[in-house]
Write a protein that binds this ligand. Sequence first.
Ligand SMILES: Nc1ncnc2c1ncn2[C@@H]1O[C@H](COP(=O)(O)OP(=O)(O)OP(=O)(O)O)[C@@H](O)[C@H]1O
Length: 267
Amino acid sequence: MMDKIRFERVTKKFLVRDEHKKGAQREFTAIQNIEFTVREGEFITLVGPSGCGKSTLLDLLTGLTKPTKGRILIDGREITGPGLDRGIVFQQYALFPWKTARGNIEFGLEAKGIPKSERKEKAEYYLDLVGLKNFADRYPHELSGGMKQRVAIARSLAFNPDVLLMDEPFAALDAQTRETLQTELLRIWKKTGKTIIFITHGIDEAVYLGERVVVLTANPGTVKKIVDIPLKDRLEDADVKSNPAFISARREVWNLLHEPEFQGAHI
Ligand SMILES: Nc1ncnc2c1ncn2[C@@H]1O[C@H](COP(=O)(O)OP(=O)(O)OP(=O)(O)O)[C@@H](O)[C@H]1O
């Protein structure tokens, strides 16, 4: 498989208020020397304690912010700004409340200059893909949290990005809906072959979804370890979480997150 994304010694510093000197600022290193490669079509999950720089990494991937040092490459080209090759799904759905599910998907396509008939066709295809074929004309307030998140996923996919960036997309959902959407996402990933980078606080979620789990440390955020998850048939195995390979990978990630440097950290 080809390399899709490459983090090359990526460091991001912010200027923050210096608590020891009134009116002064100091540098704060949010992430330091992050280096790893994501293969084309791979599903990567990122876990780490609160404040380890997961969202900072994602912002850099979107191109909205730039690394202080190092660079991020997609298909061998450095990210220099936002682009339609990357779709983003956040924890909050950010749907337009005055537009229907279909309207929300079509809106972005219109901005991209796609003709009306094609927009409709694409919106229907992606609504069907996320299991909302019969809810196309519903407004966001008429949809459950899980359904809204499905619309948000459909909207991102409709742009046909190469890479899907997901920042704790299921965190606000109840446990049962979250599990359903995790399985749905795996199915969509298999069908579309997208490269996915998925941020989560959930160890189970990280191990269930990721082909590899990137475990980050905090202060500053660095890569502690990348754990391979040797599960091949998550969708075929209805009870995959009882699979010894799942249990042992879960334990490894849990142990990494509970080593001494994380003591007292909020995971
Ligand atoms: N614009 C900013 N200015 C100053 N510091 C920032 C800025 N953005 C993030 N930080 C700091 O960088 C560190 C990493 O933040 P980030 O939001 O990336 O962490 P996170 O892992 O996503 O956290 P959480 O899991 O709680 O969402 C934190 O200490 C945060 O306070």
